[in-house]
Design a protein around this ligand. Structure first.
Ligand code: MN
Ligand code: MN
Length: 470
C-alpha cells in the first residue's frame, strides 16, 4: 500500500534538490561501472604522461585514427591525432557541422605528483646506494617513505638513442623505497610538523647495498649498481644528466572495498578523467560538432613548458587544423565549449571540518561540476558563466547523466586550480568537471567506479549533443 503524498512532499519534490547516493536510485549502475573500470585499471598501469601515450596511441591507430596532416581538409567522421613530444596528445573526430560552428573540447592531464630523480642522482652512504630525488607536484612528503616504489622514464644516450626504463612493475622485478625512522628513535621526529617529518633531501631512494668486490675501488656499492644498470640499459653515470626518470608507487590498480565499488591506484588525478575523456572520444562516432580531446602534461607543476596547457601547442595545432577551411582559430574558439576534466576532493568524514557539505562533492553522486576552482577570493580560476553552466546542465539532464556540484573545500582552508584557467584564456567557454577522489595526491588514491563511469557518460553526452551554444 502506497501512502498518498502530502502537499509538502509534493512541493519538496518539485522545488528542492535531494542529492542521494546513486546506488539508491539505480542499483544496476555499479554493474556497468564495474565492467567499465576493468579497462580503466589497465589504463592506470600507464603511470607517467609518456606511458599514458604509449598505451593510448596504439589504441587510436587500431580505431582508425591517423596522424594529423597540416593542410588537410578533413571530412565529417574523420579521426586523427597529434602527438606532442610523446607527452601530450590531441585527438579529434570531425563533426557533421562545419568546423566554423565551433568545437566540443575535453581536456585532462596525464602527469601526476611523483619523485623525479635529480640530474645527478646516484650516491653511496654507509655502504648503501641511493638515488636523490626532487619531488614533482604537490605531495605530502611523509606519505612517500616506506612504500614500494618503481622507476620509470627515459634516458637519452650519447648515441642519440633513447632508452625506456621501467623497473618495479613486473612481479619479478625488484622495487625501491625511501626509508623512514623507527618509532623507537623518533621522539624528536614526531615533534616536527608534518611538512618536516620527512624533508625534501631525505627523499632518497634506496637502490642497493651490495659492494663490487675490488679493494682498489672507493664507492663499491655505487659502482655495483651502475654496473647493473650498464649491463641492462647501457647507461653510465653521465647518462643520468640527460634522462627523465622518476619514482612512483609500485602498487597495481586494484578494487577497494568488500563491495568492490572503488578503485585504489596511484595517478587517478587525473587519469580518472583522462580515461573517461578518452573512452568518450573513441565511442563518439558521428558527432554533430567536431570533438577535440586533449591529454596535457605538466598540470601538477602549473602547466608551464612546451607540453603543458600554457604552451602554444594547442593553439598552433588549431590554427593548422582550421586554416585548411579558410578559418581563423580565434573565430572557432569563440564558438566552442570546453570541459576541463579534472578530479575534485570527495568529502571525507575523517577530515570533515575542511568541507562545506552543501557545496562539496561526494562519492557515488556522479561527476562533479565546478563553476570555479582557485583559492581565497576566487584567485587563479576560470569562473564559468551561468550560461556555460546552463549549457552543460541541459546536456547532462537531457542525457540523464546524474551529476553534482562541488568546490574543493571550505573557503578559507586552501584551494587549488585546474587547466580551466589556462585554456579559457583562448576566449573559450570552459567549465570544470571531474571525479571526486579520496586521498588525492597520495600514493594510493581512491575513486568510486560509478563516478568514473558517469564522467565518461557525461563527456560522451557533451560530445554527442546537438545543442547549439547561444
Ligand atoms: Mn588534476
Ligand atoms: Mn593534482
Amino acid at each position: 500500500m502506497t501512502e498518498k503524498k502530502s502537499e509538502g512532499q509534493k512541493l519538496e519534490e518539485k522545488l528542492l534538490m535531494r542529492p542521494k547516493n546513486l546506488g539508491e536510485t539505480d542499483g544496476s549502475l555499479l554493474d556497468k561501472a564495474m565492467e567499465f573500470c576493468e579497462e580503466y585499471k589497465r589504463f592506470l598501469c600507464g603511470k607517467t604522461e609518456r606511458e599514458v601515450l604509449d598505451h593510448a596511441v596504439p589504441i587510436l591507430k587500431k580505431k582508425g585514427y591517423k596522424e594529423f596532416q597540416i593542410g588537410k581538409k578533413y571530412a565529417p567522421g574523420n579521426k586523427f591525432y597529434m602527438n606532442n613530444r610523446d607527452k601530450a596528445l590531441i585527438m579529434v573526430t570531425v563533426g557533421k557541422r562545419p568546423v566554423a560552428d565551433g568545437l566540443r573540447i575535453g581536456v585532462s592531464h596525464t602527469d601526476s605528483p611523483r619523485l623525479d630523480l635529480k640530474p645527478n642522482p646516484l650516491f653511496e652512504d654507509t655502504d648503501m646506494a641511493y638515488l636523490k630525488t626532487h619531488y614533482y607536484g604537490g605531495i605530502k612528503k611523509y606519505q612517500w617513505a616506506a612504500v614500494p616504489l618503481s622507476l620509470h622514464g627515459v634516458v637519452s644516450l650519447i648515441s642519440g638513442k633513447t632508452v625506456k626504463v621501467v623497473i618495479g612493475e613486473d612481479e619479478n622485478d625488484p622495487v625501491f623505497c625511501v626509508t623512514d625512522l623507527l618509532p623507537h628513535l623518533a621522539m624528536n621526529q614526531m615533534k616536527k610538523t608534518a611538512a618536516e617529518v620527512i624533508e625534501g633531501e631525505q627523499l632518497n631512494i634506496l637502490v642497493g647495498c651490495w659492494p663490487f668486490k675490488d679493494e682498489k675501488v672507493s664507492s663499491k656499492v655505487k659502482l655495483n649498481i651502475m654496473n647493473i644498470l650498464f649491463k641492462k640499459y647501457g647507461i653510465t653515470e653521465k647518462d643520468f644528466l640527460t634522462a627523465e626518470l622518476c619514482a612512483v608507487p609500485a602498487f597495481k590498480p586494484i578494487d577497494v572495498g568488500l563491495d568492490r565499488s572503488m578503485v585504489g591506484a596511484y595517478g587517478q588525478d587525473d587519469s580518472a578523467c583522462a580515461f573517461a575523456g578518452f573512452m568518450a572520444e573513441l565511442d563518439c562516432k558521428d558527432p554533430e560538432f567536431t570533438t577535440v580531446t586533449i591529454f596535457a602534461d605538466k598540470e601538477e607543476t602549473g602547466s608551464d613548458g612546451n607540453t603543458g596547457m600554457r604552451s602554444f601547442f594547442f593553439r598552433d595545432f588549431l590554427e593548422d587544423f582550421v586554416s585548411a577551411y579558410g578559418l581563423q582559430a580565434r573565430h572557432v574558439l569563440k564558438r566552442s565549449v570546453c570541459l576541463s576534466c579534472d578530479v575534485n576532493a570527495a568529502v571525507d568524514p575523517a577530515f570533515g571540518d575542511v568541507f562545506e557539505r552543501n557545496n562539496c562533492s561526494f562519492l557515488n553522486r556522479g561527476p562533479v561540476v565546478s563553476k570555479y576552482t582557485g583559492s581565497r577570493g576566487k584567485y587563479s580560476t576560470n569562473d564559468a558563466s551561468a550560461e556555460t553552466m546552463g549549457f552543460l546542465r541541459r546536456i547532462l539532464d537531457e542525457a540523464e547523466v546524474p551529476w553534482q556540484v562541488g568546490e574543493l573545500g571550505k573557503v578559507d582552508i586552501g584551494g587549488g586550480g585546474t587547466i580551466a584557467a589556462d585554456i579559457s584564456v583562448h576566449n573559450l567557454d570552459t567549465v570544470d568537471i571531474g571525479v571526486p577522489v579520496l586521498s588525492m595526491h597520495s600514493p594510493f588514491e581512491i575513486t568510486s567506479k560509478t563516478d568514473v563511469y558517469l564522467l565518461y557518460r557525461a563527456v560522451l553526452a557533451f560530445y554527442s549533443s546537438k545543442l547549439e551554444k547561444e
